[in-house]
Write a protein that binds this ligand. Structure first.
Ligand SMILES: O=C1CC[C@@H](CCC(=O)N2CCC(COc3ccc(F)cc3Cl)CC2)N1
Length: 304
């Protein structure tokens, strides 16, 4: 309970957290949460990790489809995003995103100790998902990655630009680079307009210090990939200009996992789950089918 007389903590939009589903992370920051709970007994838990600059609201349709399959879906807005506290789209250490995800996952596992757990991640949320699964290799029965950030885009990360970013990070870490160009998110104009109009998204420039954290996460993934043995599904558009598809190909080719699948969407843009309607529908079908197939059959004692 907050000390008597203390002003209630409010979301960046001014809503008291006492009125919002939330968790408090290890740094005392309030993270806004969403839950999609099936009516009957859930068959599995699914954690959704959103990307940079967005929030977990736009995953509602995907979560509803999973809920209809009796899966219990949960998500939160990462620190500095959407309705959570924290400096907008900035982070002192990328590990905070992974620590907070594990906190939320552990909370839900404590409430449903017998359920298998999946993670679904998009873009930077894909990097969070990969590094979270790497920290707990035995904890997840499957990881679904939609256009994950695995490698830097070679155009935007030439050796010179990386050198300059590192130099600038020491001199002017709050300096901003370009912002995420929404036109590359989707071929569906309505989706781009919805993204641009969504005030819960961050539309400002990317701080150099944030870019450095993303680069550090990319370097960490390069080191981890040769030890990835958990099941995963990769979905990536080959016209993605924000997260290079070569990262997904490299992860697919170099991970020792014996249960891995990659599906390339010809002409697909970055946010595949919000790309042209037929692509978005295919992504939802692919994802729900793969997850359903990866729910372990009930063990004998459970079946009795
Ligand atoms: O639907 C939606 C709405 C939001 C979008 C997700 C966006 C997202 O998460 N991205 C895309 C941009 C990518 C930039 O990467 C870098 C930039 C500078 C740098 F120095 C090092 C890196 Cl690696 C990081 C991952 N999808």
């Amino acid at each position: 309970m907050p000390e008597p007389g203390a002003a209630p903590r409010r979301s960046p939009q001014g809503v008291p957290y006492s009125d919002l589903p939330h968790i408090v992370n290890a740094d005392g920051l309030h993270l806004f949460c969403r839950y999609w709970e099936p009516t009957g007994q859930p068959r599995a838990l699914v954690f959704i990790a959103h990307g940079a600059g967005e929030h977990c609201g736009p995953y509602d349709e995907m979560a509803q489809r999973l809920k209809e399959l009796s899966l219990l879906v949960f998500a939160h807005d990462h620190v500095g995003h959407g309705q959570s506290e924290g400096d907008r789209m900035n982070i002192k250490d990328f590990q905070i995103y992974i620590r907070d995800s594990l906190q939320h996952i552990d909370l839900m596992k404590s409430r449903h100790p017998d359920l298998p757990v999946f993670i679904v991640g998009h873009s930077m949320g894909g990097a969070i998902s990969i590094l979270t699964a790497c920290e707990r290799p035995g904890d997840f029965v499957g990881v679904v990655l939609i256009a994950p950030l695995v490698q830097m885009n070679p155009e935007s990360a030439t050796p010179f630009k990386v050198f300059m970013a590192k130099l600038l990070n020491h001199m002017l870490p709050s300096l901003t680079m370009g912002s995420i160009e929404s036109k590359w998110l989707s071929r569906d104009k309505r989706q781009v307009e919805a993204y641009d109009a969504d005030e819960l998204n961050y539309h400002g420039g990317m701080r150099v210090s944030f870019g450095m954290q993303l680069m550090a996460a990319v370097e960490r993934m390069q080191r981890e990939i040769p030890s990835i043995s958990w099941p995963f599904l990769l979905l990536h558009g080959d016209a993605d200009k924000l997260c290079d598809i070569r990262g997904s190909r490299m992860m697919y080719d170099n991970s020792p996992s014996t249960d891995k699948k990659i599906k390339i969407y010809e002409g697909g843009y970055h946010a595949l789950h919000h790309d042209l309607p037929e692509v978005a529908e295919s992504v939802l079908k692919e994802l729900t089918t793969w997850i359903t197939e990866h729910i372990p059959a009930a063990t004998s004692q459970e079946a009795q």
